[in-house]
Unconditional design. Structure first.
Length: 253
């Protein structure tokens, strides 16, 4: 069954933390700037921001790129975010022949684009909407359940719904059938019927203009080859550095 969304950016910011003092201070402590930098570097692999660069061909045949920065709601949806973050790298999944095969979002296409509705991708298996594996070993790399308690909001968390452009959510084929595919909303009003049925686990915080330009101008449709579909060419995780520094300085003080 083809996974569907019922009926149917990121500007990479390089932050340089200036090290004002080198070496060890006279009291034997490592300068706070060095400690901050070490803390930030250690946290990158478990970052809460996904940076995704997409390459596409416009209707004039010109190759374009756009980059999105996506905040992930990891505290509210830990399993869903863990699954997504797994595919931001590579996941080695056992095959029927006993061998391992690596899967990840890099190189995958956005196979479904409906202006005013959603842009859908993340099929790490088939690139066409038929794939449904997850990156979660605890579910034998298969479909995993909705985090239903959080989907419509619980004390301490806001309701995560399809109320604006740029919301990141899981595509599915019914309750508790989450896998690898995701979509990003292109409207704040045409996706509300999906509320409570699809886990909204992130939000585009930079790059929306580029995303909307992609949707308006990219080649798509039944006559377009897979090579011309919008494709993720780079993806990685990074921390919210400003928050990292603030939290670390508070602890040091």
């Amino acid at each position: 069954m083809q996974i569907r969304v019922i009926k149917a950016g990121i500007i990479i910011i390089t932050v340089i933390v200036s090290v004002l003092t080198q070496g060890t201070q006279s009291d034997g402590k490592v300068p706070i700037q060095d400690s901050i930098q070490d803390s930030i570097q250690d946290s990158q692999s478990d970052g809460n921001i996904a940076v995704m660069t997409i390459k596409y061909t416009d209707t004039q045949g010109v190759s374009e790129h756009t980059t999105l920065k996506i905040e992930l709601f990891k505290d509210q949806f830990p399993e869903t975010v863990k699954n997504f973050k797994g595919f931001c790298g590579t996941v080695s999944i056992p095959q029927g022949n006993g061998n391992l095969k690596a899967y990840g979002y890099k190189g995958t296409v956005f196979h479904r684009i409906i202006n005013g509705f959603v842009i859908q991708g993340g099929d790490v298996q088939h690139m066409n909407g038929l794939g449904g594996i997850s990156s979660l070993e605890k579910y034998n790399w298969g479909k995993f359940p909705d985090e239903s308690d959080q989907m419509m909001g619980v004390p301490g968390y806001p309701r995560r719904v399809h109320d604006k452009v740029g919301m990141l959510a899981m595509a599915n084929s019914g309750p508790n059938t989450n896998g690898c595919q995701f979509y990003i909303t292109l409207s704040g009003s045409s996706c509300t019927h999906l509320d409570g049925k699809h886990t909204v686990f992130g939000e585009v915080i930079e790059g929306l203009d580029g995303l909307m330009r992609l949707v308006r101008t990219c080649k798509r449709g039944s006559g377009v080859s897979e090579d011309d579909l919008p494709r993720i060419v780079k993806i990685h995780l990074e921390s919210d550095l400003s928050q990292e520094i603030s939290d670390f300085e508070k602890k040091e003080l």
